[in-house]
Design a protein around this ligand. Structure first.
Ligand code: 5GP
Length: 115
């Protein structure tokens, strides 16, 4: 008997599928938030929709609720971690610095974020 194995396409899908590990800060049916593996601030969390939207440039009106939800999850994490301030960032497309083709919101905090 053959067992079909289909690897998910990108690293975030593999994390969502528990194929590779990550430190999970928040999860529900639609969103997962994980610690960035190479943090650019004392607190660096990636807030990721489970739906694979490749980038903000590919989003449609149908995606507006889930994209808004990413911001509300960021707010929740900011409150839970008692962050006084933080930066929220989407890299969009290769020229915008996006490396992983699956929408993710960077939450950077835990100190003065100057970039
Ligand atoms: P982008 O440049 O696409 O906006 O951001 C991708 C982010 O994902 C980077 O900050 C990078 O450090 C992070 N990253 C890349 N691979 C992994 C991984 O395997 N696990 C986690 N937790 N973060 C990753």
């Amino acid at each position: 008997m053959h067992v079909l194995y289909m690897s998910s396409q990108n690293i975030f899908e593999r994390i969502i599928a528990r194929e590779i590990p990550a430190i999970i800060e928040y999860e529900d049916d639609e969103v997962i938030a994980i610690k960035d593996i190479a943090p650019k601030a004392p607190i660096h969390i990636l807030i990721i929709p489970k739906k694979n939207i490749p980038s903000i440039a590919d989003a449609t009106l149908e995606d507006q609720n889930i994209l808004g939800k990413l911001l509300m999850v960021a707010q929740k994490i900011g409150k839970e971690k008692n962050l006084e301030g933080y930066k929220l960032l989407f890299n969009v497309g290769e020229k915008g610095g996006q490396v992983i083709p699956h929408v993710h919101l960077h939450l950077l905090g835990g100190g003065k974020i100057d970039f």
